[in-house]
Design a protein around this ligand. Structure first.
Ligand code: BGP
Length: 467
């Protein structure tokens, strides 16, 4: 049996807003989620998994379970409560303590600068549709690079540019909850890619000893009927919008004609146009050569059918199987495909999609250097049975993905690590707390952690490098 190499990294992933709690404490500035969740009244991100106080426990668990790396994000508004200007020293010190605790436990921190949590002051003025946010992000990034240069070697600028854009402006499940505005989605993705490029160039200009990249959520899009040209084109359009636009920006630093033609067709659906400053392309091209790696989050694939009816999207945020709908006028409809299982939240379980996406990147963007799978895992309604949590379906899910990942390495892809989403159970943005992902179960009443069956299984994988 083929094994992962000795230096292959097995880690667990988290994000600040989903695990820290203390959302309005210790000098932290507001984010749009604070008011949005309060108004919605379904669930609160406070205290979530209380990582703000429990991080020594979680890092000790990493050590005990041979989890050699952790993905952490810095909450921008802990450092700059208003997004720019005044610094909150308490926030700065908190991450120093976290990183030091990581090293004490031999757990390497992989640090994301933006994980869905733009400070409200900037978010309310247009988020990445506003150039002000782009410049503020670059300054925040530069501050972190310098401040944490002795503690952090692995950086990521953004987590998941497309989900931010689609959830904010197409699906409407993230504040400001706008629906079906493809133009805003595209424009904001471009804004984030410019911000990413500025941060990468700043990092490299200082010659820091570490590495930097970006994380994209890459879901593979297949035509429902590959012999029907309409379905083939629908899948192509979804792919360009969600994947290729960002892959072009990341690895080429410009958008190819194929990408631009489809993007223009799609923004036209809202009577919009996609416009950008030619100077953006200069900086994006520069950054394209400097990225050290791509972080790839991958959970599911989509089968797409051509669709010209009215827009109709329903987000399954409750775990009531079969309630999800995604029909985007002029783009396509995501459909279930016989024989392909789904989670309770209607996410298709199709591990080959991970392999196909990696191999596509290798072929289409041969300058990609390296890939980390920065998130993969299964949302599941875990049963707490006197402290025994048998999450065999999750083990099965992760195992299948790791097997396809091994195959991609065997076929020549340079994949250097795999992070399970999530390390411990955390708050899920639009699903709350019954959708659990962790290797460690969190009892939200007591904040006690309990290893699930998957934690023991993953420990063995990390130690033996075998699946
Ligand atoms: C990714 C995000 C994570 C995490 C995960 C699971 O998109 O980067 O923050 O939440 O998906 O998604 P969900 O919680 O919606 O099931």
């Amino acid at each position: 049996m083929m094994k992962f190499s000795e230096d292959f990294v097995f880690g667990g992933a988290t994000a600040a807003y989903q695990c820290e709690g203390s959302t309005r404490a210790y000098g932290k500035g507001k984010v749009a989620w604070d008011d949005y969740l309060e108004k919605q009244g379904r669930f609160s991100a406070d205290p979530a998994s209380d990582f703000y106080h429990k991080y020594p426990v979680d890092l000790k668990l990493c050590k005990d379970f041979s989890i050699k790396a952790i993905r952490i994000s810095i909450a921008w508004s802990r450092i700059f409560p208003e997004g720019k200007g005044k610094i909150n020293q308490e926030g700065v010190d908190f991450y120093h303590r976290v990183f030091q605790e990581c090293h004490k436990n031999d757990v390497e921190p992989y640090v994301t600068l933006h994980h869905f949590d733009t400070p409200d002051a900037l978010h309310s003025r247009g988020d990445f549709l506003n150039r002000e946010t782009i410049d503020a992000f670059a300054k925040y990034a530069e501050f972190c690079f310098e401040e944490y240069k002795d503690e952090v070697t692995y950086w990521f600028t953004f987590n998941e540019v497309w989900p931010i854009a689609t959830n904010q402006y197409i699906e409407g499940t993230f504040p400001p909850c706008i629906t079906y505005d493809i133009t805003k989605a595209v424009q904001s993705m471009h804004g984030m890619m410019v911000a990413h490029a500025k941060a990468v160039c700043a990092y490299k200009a200082h010659n820091y000893k570490g590495y930097i990249g970006i994380i994209h959520s890459l879901e593979t899009k297949y035509p429902l009927n590959e012999n029907d040209p309409k379905d083939v084109y629908a899948a192509k359009k979804e792919d360009v919008l969600a994947n290729q636009f960002l892959l072009d920006a990341t690895f080429l630093g410009y958008y190819t004609d194929e990408t631009l033609n489809i993007i223009n067709e799609l923004v036209h659906l809202n009577n919009g146009t996609f416009e950008y400053d030619p100077a953006d392309i200069e900086i994006m091209k520069k950054a394209a050569k400097e990225n050290d790696y791509l972080g790839m989050n991958h959970y599911q694939s989509h089968f797409i059918k051509a669709y010209d009816g009215e827009n109709e999207i329903h987000h399954n945020g409750t775990g009531e199987k079969g309630t999800k709908k995604f029909k985007l006028k002029g783009v396509g409809e995501r459909v279930f495909k016989e024989g392909i299982p789904t989670t309770d939240w209607d996410w298709l379980i199709y591990p080959q999609g991970m392999y196909d996406m990696i191999m596509r990147i290798k072929k289409q963007y041969p300058n990609y250097k390296a890939i980390y799978i920065t998130e993969n895992g299964m949302g599941y309604k875990d049963d707490f049975n006197n402290g025994n949590i048998d999450d065999s379906p999750r083990i099965d899910y992760i195992k299948q993905h790791l097997q396809w990942l091994l195959k991609s390495i065997e076929d020549g892809a340079n994949v250097k690590g795999y992070f399970v989403w999530s390390l411990m159970d955390v708050f899920s943005w639009s699903n709350g707390y019954n959708k659990r992902y962790g290797l460690f179960y969190v009892d939200y009443n007591t904040q006690e952690r309990y290893p699930k069956k998957s934690a023991y299984w993953f420990k063995r994988v990390s130690e033996t490098k075998e699946v």
